[in-house]
Design a protein around this ligand. Structure first.
Ligand code: AP5
Length: 215
């Protein structure tokens, strides 16, 4: 089963994708994570995307479509979770073509509905484990008292360079201008489902599970 988690920055896409990886063995394809990896690798592409990402703008379609194309070869039968991809109509068209070329299809596009005020608090409070990428939040998901990651035990944490109010304004603008038209695009194709992204992490997870269990 192949699904897209669609929503603005901080909607909870990464949090829910990681749950689906753990619970269902699906493969998370996060273009944000791939681009962050690329920028630390020192490659030409990494250097080009770093400034674009830090400012909160979108990286070119050509680059992100290429990243996804490479990863589709690694299908494990449990399906892909597209997290943060597609983000433009051109990317959505390309994904449809790539899946068709692999004899696959999109099963569900899950829109995570949230409001902008909640996003500011979520983004500015977010940090992750530097070793395994487990996602935390200063208020809603702090580290346990021993200060160790619940997943891998590391004490090294990090915050993203674009997780500040200034970049978030640009990221939200990019979402509304370039990505939100995908809601109508997938509605017209008949695979759009919506969940309340403001509910607790467990409740959001249960809503997504209910959609996936319908088949
Ligand atoms: P990307 O990494 O995709 O970032 P994003 O879309 O801005 O989304 P986030 O990762 O910020 O949020 P999320 O929805 O995953 O939320 P999370 O689960 O972490 O993209 C970064 C940049 O890369 C882009 O700006 C662009 O430059 C580039 N890029 C990436 N893909 C691209 C593409 N396809 N095309 C072009 N450019 C691309 O949750 C956030 C916080 O909230 C966490 O602290 C979490 O603990 C907390 N939280 C989560 N759920 C809940 C809940 N239900 N209740 C309370 N707190 C919650």
């Amino acid at each position: 089963m192949n699904i897209i988690l669609l929503g603005p920055p901080g909607a909870g896409k990464g949090t829910q994708a990681k749950r689906l990886v753990d619970e269902r063995g699906m493969i998370q394809l996060s273009t944000g994570d791939m681009l962050r990896e690329a920028r630390t690798s020192g490659t030409e592409m990494g250097k080009k995307v770093a400034a674009v990402m830090d400012a909160g703008n979108l990286v070119t379609d050509e680059i992100v479509i290429g990243l996804i194309e490479e990863r589709l070869e690694g299908d494990n039968g449990a399906g892909f979770i597209f997290d943060g991809f597609p983000r433009t109509l051109a990317q959505a068209d390309a994904l449809g073509e790539l899946l068709a070329a692999h004899g696959a299809k999109l099963d569900h596009v899950i829109e995570m509905q949230v409001d902008d005020d909640a996003l500011v608090a979520r983004i500015t409070g977010r940090f992750t484990c530097a070793d395994c990428g487990e996602v935390y939040h200063d208020v809603t998901r702090p580290l346990p008292a021993d200060g160790k990651c619940v997943n891998c035990g590391s004490t090294e944490m990090k915050r993203r360079a674009d997780d500040n109010e200034e970049s978030l304004k640009t990221r939200l603008m990019a979402y509304y201008k370039q990505t939100s038209p995908l809601i109508g695009y997938y509605y017209a194709k008949g695979n759009l489902k919506s969940v309340d992204g403001l509910a607790s992490m467990d409740e959001v997870g249960a809503s997504i599970a209910a959609i996936l269990d319908q088949g």
